[in-house]
Design a protein around this ligand. Structure first.
Ligand SMILES: [Zn+2]
Length: 239
C-alpha cells in the first residue's frame, strides 16, 4: 500500500457514538464510503441491518411473545431476534436440498414454496434476498401465508430509487433468460459474485406486496442515516 493510500484510509476512518436501533448506546465505525464499510461496533450491524432494526423498533416493538422467521442464518438482525423473540426459525436456500430438509444443520427453504404450515409466525424478516428470487410474487405470497393475522413482514432489497421495478432476468423451468446483462451479488455460502440478480426494485415493491395479499404495505425509511447510509424497509401487515 502506498503512503497516499494509507493516508486515505486513515482519513476515511470515523468512529462516533450513536444509539443503535438494535443494541442501544454504541459506536458507529466507518471505514470508507461504501455501505458495507459502516458497522455498529457492538452488534456489527450494517446500515441495511440497522435500517431493518429501526423499522422493527418502530413497527413491531415488544418481541417477547413473537415467533419470528428470518430468511438467513447469520447477521445482526438474526442475532437481535434470537436475543429477544420467543422463537426464531432460520433458513438458507441450498441448491439440491428439498425445502424443509437440511445440510450441515442448516435448514433449507425456497421462499417460493415454503415447507412451514399456514400461520406459523408473527414476524418474517429478510435482508437482501428477494432480488435473487426468480418468482418474487410467489415468495411474497408464501410469506403472507405463513404469517398469522396481524403479523408483519419487514424486508429490504437494493432499491434503484426509480418508481418501477426493472426485471433483469426471468426463469423458465431450469433455463434463465437474461433481459439485461447479468448482474451478480456474493453470498456467505457461495462466495462473491455467485448469485444472480433477477431485478432492480423500484418503489412499486409496495404494489407487489399488495398483490400478494398484504392489505397494508409501505416503504419506511429511518429518520436518521447511519454514516450517510439508510435503506427503505418494506413493512407489510397481514390482515
Ligand atoms: Zn448495534
Amino acid at each position: 500500500m502506498t503512503a497516499l493510500a494509507a493516508f486515505a484510509r486513515i482519513r476515511d476512518l470515523r468512529l462516533r457514538p450513536f444509539r443503535c436501533p438494535g443494541c442501544g448506546p454504541s459506536l458507529l465505525l466507518r471505514l470508507g464510503g461504501d455501505e458495507m464499510q459502516v458497522r455498529c461496533l457492538r452488534c456489527r450491524g450494517t446500515p441495511v441491518h440497522l435500517s431493518l432494526l429501526a423499522a422493527l423498533a418502530t413497527h413491531v416493538g415488544r418481541l417477547a411473545a413473537i415467533d419470528a422467521y428470518e430468511l438467513s442464518t447469520t447477521g445482526a438482525v438474526l442475532r437481535h431476534l434470537q436475543r429477544h423473540c420467543r422463537s426464531v426459525a432460520t433458513s438458507e436456500y441450498l441448491d439440491g436440498v428439498p425445502p424443509g430438509g437440511s445440510r450441515n444443520g442448516i435448514r433449507c427453504e425456497d421462499v417460493q414454496q415454503l415447507s412451514f404450515a399456514d400461520r406459523s409466525f408473527d414476524l418474517c424478516t429478510s435482508t437482501e434476498v428477494f432480488e435473487h428470487v426468480p418468482d418474487d410474487r410467489a415468495g411474497l405470497r408464501e410469506l403472507h401465508r405463513v404469517l398469522r393475522p396481524g403479523g408483519r413482514l419487514l424486508l429490504t432489497v437494493p432499491m434503484s430509487g426509480q418508481a418501477a421495478t426493472v426485471e433483469r432476468a426471468r426463469r423458465d423451468g431450469p433455463r434463465v433468460e437474461h433481459l439485461l446483462p447479468p448482474a451478480y451479488h456474493g453470498d456467505r455460502l457461495n462466495g462473491p459474485g455467485s448469485v444472480l440478480v433477477y431485478r432492480d426494485y423500484g418503489r412499486d415493491i409496495v404494489a407487489r406486496a399488495h398483490d400478494a395479499g398484504f392489505r397494508e404495505a409501505l416503504l419506511w425509511t429511518p429518520p436518521l442515516a447511519f454514516a450517510g447510509h439508510r435503506r427503505a424497509v418494506l413493512v407489510a401487515t397481514r390482515d
